[in-house]
Design a protein around this ligand. Structure first.
Ligand SMILES: [Zn+2]
Length: 166
């Protein structure tokens, strides 16, 4: 899992003896995806303990189709989702939460992600939040120019299949 790093993973004090050398015996992602639960064992006394570590903000870089790289800007995701969810019963808080989830998922992919990965991740999450907003976002993101594409996507929704991946 390169590309993500957790706060304080370098030095965690053993709750029993205060030693800072430990080994990680198990790591797993929390249910909300935003933190890592680590089971550790003190190298000094052998005591086992658990830490919960927030995924740290390593800079996330976006690679555009042109090959240009730019820093990930969550405001762009928020703006895109807000536009898609206009006049829909989707709260600002829900958009913010979705954006955080998008960012967390992207970080699991590494420090560099493509615009396509961002779009697909937004679609995946937006689909669960609001289907109209999902279709609107899909139409912009995928650049649908043929009504048949839109219909296929709508049909996919009712069949509950995953969005088409390229
Ligand atoms: Zn210890």
């Amino acid at each position: 899992m390169e590309g993500r790093r957790a706060v304080a993973s370098a030095s965690v004090r053993c709750p029993a003896c205060g030693n800072v050398d430990d080994k990680v015996v198990d790591s797993r992602q929390s249910d909300d995806g935003g933190s890592i639960r680590r089971r550790r064992q003190c190298l000094e006394c052998g005591r086992r303990f658990t830490t919960f570590e927030r995924l740290e903000e390593l800079p996330l870089v976006v690679m555009k189709r042109s090959g240009d790289r730019m820093p990930f800007d969550r405001h762009k995701v928020v703006a895109g989702v807000m536009a898609a969810a206009k006049a829909r019963p989707v709260t600002d808080e829900a958009v913010e939460a979705l954006t955080t989830q998008v960012e967390d998922r992207l970080r699991l992919l590494g420090t560099e992600v493509s615009t396509e990965q961002i779009g697909l991740t937004v679609l995946e999450l937006l689909r669960e939040l609001d289907q109209v907003a999902y279709l609107r976002f899909a139409s912009v993101y995928k650049g649908f120019d043929d009504p048949a594409d839109f219909e296929r996507e709508a049909a996919g929704l009712t069949k509950d299949t995953a969005p088409k991946k390229h």
